[in-house]
Design a protein around this ligand. Structure first.
Ligand code: SAM
Length: 216
């Protein structure tokens, strides 16, 4: 059973302050962080860790991202309530739940089958309805493109061109790119059919993006 107590809500408020102190300003992103019970994504034995600003193992060698990282990537996406968003790397489903606070139109794709099924159960329990897929998201989701925003939650060796071509004009891709040790957060905006701008932000450390356009 999912229980969200006053204590959990209090811990969430304090997590929001931590993330704010680290530089996150977007009110809608901070509100989303305050709304989604992160402890729902943790096994009972580890619930106490849910409101630390840390990544945490979710099995299969993968992690639920650090709340600050989730807020950072979400802020860069500048999501509008009418946006159609694709998340690559569903993992626990936490980041997807945050995106769903900002727009109802969220697609998410996961490569790892056990994690995909676990996230599906989690979404059902929480009454959330993203369009969830199992497959190689390094190639995007061409059958449902274009997207206003694309978010990659694993570290990529390159910016896959196929992802950029799945953006609407004006659309944005947020993706960490680098080697397996560190990646630079990048934001690509499709300003015209063949025109793109690239912005670079801070360094992060993500688990690797696998698949055809990822690490082999
Ligand atoms: N967004 C997740 C969350 O909120 O829990 C955290 C994601 S974890 C840092 C990265 C995820 O990307 C892992 O679940 C991993 O299996 C997935 N992944 C790696 N390569 C992928 C690919 N090519 N397509 C889809 N998912 C991929």
């Amino acid at each position: 059973m999912l229980i969200d107590s006053y204590r959990h809500k209090g811990m969430r408020k304090s997590l929001v302050r931590t993330v704010q102190d680290k530089g996150i300003k977007d009110k809608r992103v901070l509100q989303a962080l305050e709304q989604v019970p992160r402890h729902y994504f943790f096994e009972n034995a580890f619930v106490e860790q849910a409101y630390q600003d840390k990544a945490f193992p979710i099995g299969e060698g993968q992690t639920i991202s650090q709340p600050y990282t989730v807020a950072y990537q979400t802020e860069l996406l500048e999501i509008k309530p009418t946006d159609k968003v694709l998340e690559i790397g569903t993992g626990s489903g936490y980041q997807c739940s945050i995106l769903l606070q900002l727009t109802p139109n969220v697609y998410t794709i996961e490569y790892n089958e056990p994690l995909y099924h676990k996230a599906q159960k989690q979404f059902e329990l929480m009454g959330l309805k993203p369009q969830a897929f199992l497959g190689d998201g390094s190639e995007g989701l061409p059958q449902h493109a274009p997207f206003d925003k694309i978010l990659v939650t694993a570290g990529a060796p390159i910016i896959p061109k196929t992802l950029i071509t799945q953006l609407t004009i004006g659309g944005k891709l947020v993706i960490p790119v680098g080697d397996t040790a560190t990646q630079k957060m990048m934001r690509i905006t499709r300003v015209g059919k063949e025109d793109f701008t690239k912005e670079e932000f801070d360094d992060f450390k993500f688990v690797p993006l696998l698949g055809k356009q990822g690490w082999q």
